[in-house]
Design a protein around this ligand. Structure first.
Ligand code: ZN
Length: 129
């Protein structure tokens, strides 16, 4: 029948941990994707969380923040922020703060295990006589 998709039993391999499980799919590639997404190792969820963190960093420090109080940082600074986020995500540091002129970036892990991305704008007034 036209438009009908032929499904068959495949052995899908999780691309995060390598576990092999049987799955109904149209081809080997789809089988691998399906197993990777539902595998109990949590690799898929972890990757989604990592992507979400990078999206947050991009939104707060990238071109999208122009026109707000903040300006986009340079590519080198963005690399630094992403590396700091990666270190926090991997558990190498509980928090990392980076001074960027008038603004600062802080990446930290919350009690729930999420990566919190903060950007602050430092203003200070001081007098001396
Ligand atoms: Zn897995």
């Amino acid at each position: 029948m036209l438009g009908e998709i032929e499904m068959a039993n495949y052995e899908g391999t999780c691309r995060y941990c390598g576990e092999i499980q049987p799955v109904l799919a149209v081809d080997q590639m789809e089988a691998d994707v399906r197993i990777s997404e539902k595998c109990s190792c949590g690799g898929h969820r972890r990757e989604k969380r990592h992507t979400a963190m990078e999206d947050n960093i991009q939104a707060m420090f990238g071109a999208g923040c122009d026109g707000t109080l903040f300006k986009a940082v340079t590519e080198e600074q963005m690399d630094l922020i992403n590396a700091a986020g990666g270190a926090v995500f991997e558990g190498h540091a509980a928090s990392v703060s980076i001074g960027l002129g008038k603004t600062a970036a802080k990446l930290s892990i919350t009690a729930k295990g999420n990566v919190k991305v903060e950007r602050s704008f430092g203003a200070k007034i001081q007098m001396e006589s």
